[in-house]
Design a protein around this ligand. Structure first.
Ligand SMILES: O=P(O)(O)OC[C@H]1O[C@@H](O)[C@H](O)[C@@H](O)[C@@H]1O
Length: 290
């Protein structure tokens, strides 16, 4: 509830035992999951989860206080969905899925969790090169799982990449991540390959880890831990712009870059080719522990 007030959202209606719709003054639609095991706020714009708060734990996702929430620009924070490409190989940066209004697919609640699925198809996009069904399934309880599934609905093969670009709320200067492997491509150095035996961040960190484990452990400075597991990724990206660069990014609030670390499940080095009717899932799951 606190998060709803903070973002100026009003509940519209209850659509399931634990799920409500809410809107802000700009008319943007959100889904508020208020389950005894976990709470989450998901924007229809971008199928973008902006808050996840498991029972008896802290907020897990960072959201910039200066993020646009009116549909004029991608949301800064939470878990942006990058699709059908990652980065700026094409424009817009990170693809167009994060700036579309997604439709509600289904909702199911049991005593463990609520499962909400949002959908996007080529019919929602002004110019799409192929026919597709993109589904993002959020399972919200003591664990959060985000599954992004692409299905080729065209009559020829399609190629896709993408990412679950999660911004985790943490003290950036004391967080540790294990399981990353020692090799990464450094985007700040024109993707030069680097090795690092002990995890530490640079002033600006923008790295594609090429040999991560599927299960990672993020340890906050105060000892709390967040288990992360992935499926379908070919690299894990760690990104934080550092304070100097962040000061030039209008939708990161002052000193906001100190409050998060992006750990992203990314499929980009070897894009996926899908034959007609074939599907592919990119997944990230987070399990916080006290
Ligand atoms: O500002 P955007 O488009 O959300 O991108 C944020 C960052 O996303 C990261 O995944 C990229 O590695 C960075 O290079 C990029 O700056």
């Amino acid at each position: 509830m606190e998060q709803l007030e903070h973002l100026g959202l009003s509940i519209q209606k209850q659509i399931d035992n634990a799920v409500f719709t809410a809107t802000n003054d700009d008319g943007m639609l959100f889904y508020w999951i208020d389950h005894p095991q976990g709470k989450a706020l998901i924007s229809a714009y971008g199928a973008h989860i902006v808050s996840y708060h498991p029972y008896n734990q802290d907020e897990q996702l960072w959201l910039s206080q200066t993020s646009a929430l009116d549909g004029s620009a991608p949301i800064r924070g939470g878990v942006p969905i990058c699709w059908p490409w990652f980065g700026n190989t094409r424009q817009p940066n990170h693809g167009y899925a994060r700036t579309q209004i997604w439709q509600l697919g289904s909702i199911e609640t049991n005593d463990q969790h609520s499962v909400l699925t949002l959908q996007l198809t080529e019919q929602d996009i002004a110019t799409s090169e192929f026919k597709f069904l993109l589904e993002c399934q959020f399972t919200v309880g003591q664990t959060l799982s985000i599954k992004l599934t692409t299905t080729n609905r065209d009559n020829h093969p399609i190629e896709i990449a993408g990412a679950l670009h999660s911004y985790f709320a943490t003290d950036r200067d004391s967080v540790q991540v294990s399981g990353m492997g020692q090799t990464f491509l450094d985007k700040t150095q024109n993707f030069a390959e680097q090795t690092q035996t002990k995890f530490s961040l640079d002033e600006e960190t923008d790295r594609l880890y090429t040999h991560p484990e599927h299960a990672l452990l993020l340890t906050h400075g105060d000892g709390r831990k967040l288990k992360l597991s992935h499926q379908g990724e070919d690299v894990v990206v760690i990104w934080n712009p550092g304070d100097t660069k962040a000061a030039t990014i209008a939708d990161i609030h002052p000193d906001g870059a100190k409050e998060y670390l992006c750990v992203e499940a990314v499929r980009t080095q070897t894009p996926v080719t899908l034959m007609p009717a074939q599907s592919f899932t990119l997944m990230q799951q987070l399990t916080p522990t006290a």
